[in-house]
Design a protein around this ligand. Structure first.
Ligand code: COA
Length: 446
């Protein structure tokens, strides 16, 4: 899939050095489609990206995302255009990025710059046959006085009109959100676009916020990171912010904020790179930086106090012969093997991880159970991924699962393969033969 195409500005030609998605990669892309279909991605375009010659290609990439059923919201910045306007009109500005004081002259130029950028986006989306709308969905309030200094027309987000934006999205209209918010009495206020994208992501329950800027990614100690967990980035921002490239600091801060409020992935991508957006989303390695939330924070090791809860949780599945019968005493005896998944301190799922002395490279994943109300929300998958990670950390190279009724979950969803009883450790082979349930033996390389 190539995103060559004409945009409102001349398109760049891919050089031999730039990664290009070939039609043969289509299968790779289609793998992601069921996962992303219907999800909301907030794309935050810096003003410099809209001014870049690759912008036309980027719009084609956005059209590709829409055609795959991904819902897109565009938030744009204006720094580049504001700077240009200030220089050509010889009007000094009080602040460029919406984080400092915005005086009346700067606000006036910001509104003009914003109109120009939105217009370019409107033209480009029209060229790609996408319906779009500039909105007044961002209600703002003045930041007010900070450390004794009045910030004038700098605003903060008061409320995002979620219903309005959802209404547009549901009708296949791409909302375009400017870095200008509106106070209740209609006054325009300048808002930083990195902050705005994080706020929009939170309000809409977006699965991704993708910052498209003029940076190769998040640079830490001079090196662009391919991926970083939010906990590490948060700690770095707190203890060693100087290690982060200054140009990426604002995006790093707002990425953490977005991830803390429910967005599960934030990407920093160079919006000037041909196919950068598509490659970042649809390839395992990515080309920018992926910042991700800790997916496993709701999973913890079981404690003695959990025995009764685990017993009650799994009783129905035992009755249906989905799980092997275990008494409370048996659960207590093997409590070290159990991990539980909690929502609001209630255990709603569990899994066990067992090691065998005679086959230390093998780890058995068992007793996977998700309360019916919570099934089909990705919890079972997360538990098994977590158990596989733990097993690998402890030196196992293969995961084993024995299943009577849910084996297709292991094979089709978790990529386990059917094996014979020959792979079982001796002790396990004995209990396998004794209990008469005759489960399928499934195996996965870690
Ligand atoms: C099997 C089980 C653990 C899956 O957990 P879950 O949280 O519902 O599953 P997830 O939301 O992570 O994954 C959903 C996917 O798994 C598939 N799936 C769920 N249960 C399945 C099953 N029994 N067989 C095959 N596929 C199944 C869904 O169709 C869905 O596929 P999709 O992503 O392609 O749409 C859960 O349904 C369960 O607890 N079942 C009863 C107990 C049981 O059988 N445990 C296994 C003992 S070894």
């Amino acid at each position: 899939m190539s995103s060559q195409g004409s945009g409102p500005v001349p398109s760049s030609t891919p050089s031999s050095a730039t990664p290009i998605i070939k039609p043969t990669d289509l299968r790779g892309i289609l793998r992601y489609v069921p996962r992303f279909q219907g999800q909301i991605f907030v794309l935050a375009l810096d003003g410099s990206v809209v001014a870049d010659e690759n912008f036309g290609n980027l719009l084609v990439d956005i059209a590709v995302l829409r055609s795959l059923g991904i819902k897109v919201v565009l938030v744009h910045g204006i720094g580049h255009q504001l700077q240009e306007l200030s220089e050509t009109r010889k009007i000094p500005i009080s602040n460029l990025d919406g984080t400092g004081i915005t005086d009346a002259a700067t606000l006036d130029l910001a509104i003009r710059a914003s109109a120009r950028v939105s217009h370019l986006i409107l033209e480009g989306l029209t060229q790609n046959a996408l319906k779009c709308a500039i909105t007044n969905a961002v209600r703002a309030l003045p930041v007010g006085i900070l450390r004794g200094v009045e910030q004038l027309f700098t605003g903060k987000v008061d409320r995002i009109d979620k219903d309005f934006l959802s209404h547009l999205i549901e009708r296949d209209i791409v909302p375009i959100i400017q870095p200008i918010g509106y106070a209740p009495e209609g006054q325009s206020l300048r808002i930083n676009s990195d902050l705005l994208a994080a706020e929009v992501g939170e309000a809409l329950g977006a699965s991704k916020v993708i910052y498209l800027g003029a940076l190769a990614g998040l640079e830490i100690n001079g090196e662009v990171q391919r991926e970083i967990p939010v906990d590490r980035l948060r700690a770095l921002l707190k203890d060693n912010p100087g290690h982060i490239a200054p140009a990426a600091l604002s995006k790093a801060q707002h990425a953490v904020r977005a991830l803390e409020t429910g967005v599960s992935r934030v990407h920093l991508v160079d919006g000037r790179t041909f196919d950068g957006l598509i490659n970042e989303i649809f390839s395992n390695e990515g080309v920018g930086t992926l910042i991700y939330a800790n997916d496993y924070q709701q999973i913890r090791k079981a404690r003695r106090a959990d025995v009764r809860h685990i017993y009650n949780l799994t009783r129905a599945a035992v009755r249906r012969e989905e799980l092997l019968h275990r008494t409370q005493t048996m659960i207590e005896k093997h409590i070290d093997q159990f991990y539980v998944f909690e929502i609001d301190e209630n255990i709603i799922a569990c899994v066990t991880l067992t090691f065998y002395a005679d086959k230390p490279q093998l780890a058995e994943i068992g007793s996977v159970y998700v309360m019916p109300f919570y099934q089909n929300r990705g919890i079972g998958r997360k538990l098994i991924e977590f158990a596989c990670l733990r097993a690998k950390e402890r030196g196992a190279t293969q995961a084993l699962a024995l299943s009577t009724q849910s084996y297709s979950f292991f094979t089709s969803v978790m990529n386990f393969e059917e094996a014979t009883t020959a792979v079982l450790p001796e002790a396990r082979l004995k209990s396998y033969a004794e209990n008469g349930r005759n489960p399928k033996v499934l195996i996965k390389a870690l």
